[in-house]
Design a protein around this ligand. Structure first.
Ligand code: BMA
Length: 849
């Protein structure tokens, strides 16, 4: 019985801004699941912390104490046991029923169950009193001693989502609340306390070994029980003798279809039903009743990681059902800084977006959450390999009590909760802590204090081996496999590339061939419409107050600008800055991914930092905090497609990298040209290629076509089918871009109401752009036309005479101003010194509809 209604939130401790004293007695209606910030916002007590600089004004709420109260509705009668179950309490809470404390909690990541038999009755007051997470974290910090931390907040002293204390992409919103469902569970005799399916497959023969733990009520103590497991119409039953509290039921399922990551095959899922019944021994009062049922979907697949030492170092290659997989990955952060707000629909939407970009692996990063079931269910369905970090990030974590016990309990809870999912392929110990110990001065600072190594190399692998032995564990990201090598050595295991963004140009990615690039990223601001919504009334400038507030990285603005300066003349306007920084982000990731992919199978994965955002912010995300794809998102669709064609360098010479991660052989011809911006072809070659499935060919190019002799004028373009790569001989600011000369035609899209004979879908517009010159990285920022509008295309480079149709959804063609469409089109040409800008872009614009 869910307890969702009738909750009130009251302030019980801490400072409150003037005029809000009523929060102490009267309170506000509370949503459960939810959080105090959500309730304050809904009640109009606070302004939206995601807008402007409001985040600063609500800081008091994170330091306050809060209580949730609800009066219980009628409670089902006639049960031997009634439990009060919280799937998530954020974080430090005392739970009381009619004033009697049932228990206390201090871990957001655990489930709590209280026996309230006889006490839970209609009209009883259920209260959950939260103490500020700061109070508890600071108390433990005082008790256990400071520990190194990449951020100035005490998140490493409390088991709460680390990034809620602020991150280099996230606001500081230390919320509190009943953040996951709470319910009353009524039962008799016995219940399934935990169900752990170990799912294996060999030669098409599936096996489900279900390990059960039981809880018995008094009347169940001496009963014989039965547990049966049913998959695909087959059943196996095990008898559980009186008094026993665990059992194992094994079911063989012959002829199963295996589950594959997307792009490698289908994702067949099998219903798995575990039923607990009374064995029916009448002498002992049994009657064969069904007591409890557990149902999930499982999948059959094998996953290994090839971690063999070889001539290049130490591999890190996922091998699924015997097939080595190049991981086209993204890092996932909490999708909302107030995570109770993320609905199953939103999880699905975001992951569908990831899949739409060609992603096949999502890493749930350790400063966030063990996500909701909806997340992993969706990964199961979409064939997204899920890698779950244990929740430790960028800090030294004390291993003393009470934290040690919390870590262990939380790991047990979540391993059991998530292990049924076939998409889950890896448990990973932490984010960057092994690296931090070695490189960030922690070792000296700690002077022997505990810092988490015992978790990553001891507690956690032991728990995974005990509870989920069919799954892989890795101690951390980055990690080279042992202390024998530097934890972030690209030649060994997982590595993170942050030097490049922090201090260098993105060409720095070309210096290494890592075995697996688990993090690398480049910042860019969110979509224009997202900025407009988040910073109402602000005159936007790269360092205007709101822009600066929504930039959380250390010297983020400086890094963006220095990153630009390697390639582009300083932008003259905010709009140019916005366009160029987004372009530089896409180019940076393209540089890394295309290079690393071309080195498959030595490099076996790229996990871009980061897929999503948790609020509107300038960050490394491909999809911004309002859910709008940045141009990087579209670039990922190219980079993560099965087929990728790029110009790369081998031993100082240009080669054509023909990268085929599809299941079929790819044969064809590429056309490679050395050209001038006016369309003159200086040299041309047709390059035949034949690339077996899931492999890469690097085809040498004749010097005549591949070697640029004048970096101010010449460029290379390689085409095969609709795939293209374009490279200049130097930086964009050195190139003599002609003024962009473009025809732009705007017409109702297919299916739009205005289109001949079509009905419905009034919101599709087609923008046909035709280049009269070389037009570099043309982009339509459709959200400038209407906040709901989204183009189906990112940057596209056109040669003279070429056209592209850009389809825009969410835009009403009626009354659309063609000049506005032109103003929403950007290209490199018009941003660089020497180019005649603006006016020329639209000079030949013809708008026909
Ligand atoms: C890595 C990540 C995150 C961080 C990102 C960008 O350290 O693990 O902690 O947000 O870099 O700086």
């Amino acid at each position: 019985m869910p307890l969702t209604s009738g909750w009130t939130l009251r302030l019980t401790g801490g400072e409150v801004p003037e005029g809000l004293e009523a929060l102490r007695d009267q309170g506000v209606p509370a949503q459960v699941p939810g959080c105090c910030h959500g309730d304050l916002l809904a009640a109009g007590v606070i302004e939206d912390p995601y807008l402007g600089r409001n985040e600063l004004d609500v800081a008091w709420a994170g330091r306050a104490d809060w209580r949730y109260d609800a009066v219980l509705p009628p409670v089902p009668a006639g049960f031997e046991r009634t439990d009060l179950v919280f799937e998530g309490l954020d974080t430090v809470a005392a739970v009381a029923l009619d004033g009697t404390v049932l228990g206390t909690t201090r871990n957001m990541h655990r489930t709590y169950r209280f026996d309230v038999t006889g006490r839970a009755r209609e009209g009883a007051v259920l209260s959950v009193a939260f103490t500020s997470a700061y109070t508890e974290a600071e108390r433990l910090r005082d008790l256990l001693g400071e520990r190194p931390n990449a951020y100035p907040e005490p998140f490493n002293f409390i088991r709460k989502m680390a990034s809620s204390f602020g991150w280099d992409w996230g606001p500081t919103l230390v919320t509190a609340g009943i953040w996951r469902p709470v319910r009353l569970e009524c039962w008799n005799v016995a219940r399934l306390a935990s169900v752990r399916p170990l799912v294996t497959v060999a030669d098409g023969a599936g096996r489900v070994e279900v390990r059960l733990d039981l809880e018995r009520a008094a009347s169940g103590e001496d009963r014989e029980l039965r547990a049966s497991v049913e998959v695909d119409g087959r059943t196996s039953t095990v008898t559980i003798p009186a008094g026993a509290s665990s059992a194992v039921a094994v079911l063989d399922v012959p002829g199963v279809e295996v589950w594959w990551p997307r792009g490698y095959g289908d994702q067949p899922l099998y219903g798995c039903r575990v039923t607990l019944t009374d064995a029916g021994d009448r002498a002992r009062g049994g009657d064969g009743t069904e007591l409890d049922v557990w149902e999930r979907r499982i999948g059959f697949r094998t996953v290994e990681i090839d971690r063999a030492a070889d001539g290049h170092g130490t591999a890190f290659t996922f091998v699924v059902n015997g097939t080595p997989v190049f991981a086209r990955g993204v890092n996932w952060i909490p999708d909302d800084a107030l995570p109770a707000r993320v609905t199953p629909e939103r999880y699905r939407h975001r992951l569908v977006q990831a899949a739409g970009a060609g992603v096949n692996l999502v890493r749930v990063w350790g400063g966030g959450l063990y996500e909701d079931r909806a997340f992993y269910d969706t990964c199961d369905e979409l064939g997204l390999l899920a890698w779950q970090d244990f929740l430790f990030a960028c800090a030294a974590y004390p291993e003393e009590q009470p934290l040690r016990g919390e870590v262990e309990a939380e790991a047990r809870d979540n391993v059991v909760r998530l292990m049924p999912h076939p998409s889950l392929v890896l448990w990973n110990g932490n984010n960057e802590n092994l690296w931090g110990f070695r490189d960030w001065g922690w070792e000296e600072e700690l002077a022997g204090d505990s810092w988490g190594e015992g978790y990553y190399l001891g507690v956690l692998p032991r728990i995974v081996a005990e509870l989920d032995p069919a799954r892989l564990y890795n101690a951390g990201s980055p990690w080279s496999g042992s202390w024998d090598h530097h934890p972030n050595d690209p030649a060994h295991g997982l590595s993170h590339f942050w030097e490049i963004w922090n201090r260098r140009d993105h060409s720095g990615y070309l210096d290494d061939v890592p075995r697996f690039a688990a993090e690398f990223g480049w910042q860019a601001p969110p979509a224009y419409a997202t900025l407009r919504e988040a910073l109402p009334g602000e005159e936007l400038a790269p360092a205007s107050p709101g822009m600066s507030h929504h930039q959380k990285a250390e010297d983020g603005q400086g890094k963006l600008d220095r990153g630009l300066a390697h390639h582009f003349a300083a932008p003259a306007t905010f709009d140019d800055w916005h366009y160029l920084t987004q372009l530089n982000q896409a180019r940076a990731i393209a540089t890394g991914v295309a290079h690393w992919r071309s080195h498959w199978p030595v490099c076996a994965g790229t996990v871009v930092w980061q897929l999503n955002d948790c609020w509107p912010v300038t960050s490394w995300a491909a999809i911004d905090g309002a859910g709008r794809p940045k141009p990087l998102y579209h670039e990922l669709r190219r980079l993560y497609a099965d087929r990728l064609l790029t110009l790369q360098t081998r031993a100082g010479a240009r080669v054509l990298a023909v990268d085929n991660q599809s299941g079929e052989r790819w044969e064809g011809r590429a056309r490679v040209r050395r050209m001038l911006p006016d369309g003159t072809v200086l040299a041309e070659e047709t390059v035949p290629f034949a690339v077996p499935s899931r492999s890469v060919s690097t085809v040498p190019l004749p010097v005549g076509v591949a070697e640029i002799t004048d970096r101010h004028k010449e460029f290379l373009v390689a085409d095969a089918g609709d795939l293209r790569d374009v490279v200049l001989g130097g930086a964009d600011h050195e190139f003599s871009y002609p003024a962009a000369d473009l025809d732009v035609e705007v017409r109702p899209g297919a299916g739009a109401a205005g289109a001949a004979g079509a009905a419905g879908a009034p919101d599709v517009v087609e923008v046909v752009v035709t280049a009269r010159t070389f037009v570099r990285d043309l982009l339509l920022q459709a959200d400038r036309l209407a906040p709901s509008a989204a183009a189906d295309l990112g940057h596209v480079t056109l040669l003279p005479g070429e056209s592209r149709v850009i389809t825009v959804h969410g835009l009403d063609p009626a009354g659309l101003d063609p000049a506005a469409v032109r103003a929403a089109l950007f290209c490199v040409n018009s941003t660089q010194t020497g180019a005649q800008t603006g006016a020329q872009t639209g000079a030949q614009t013809g708008v026909r509809s």
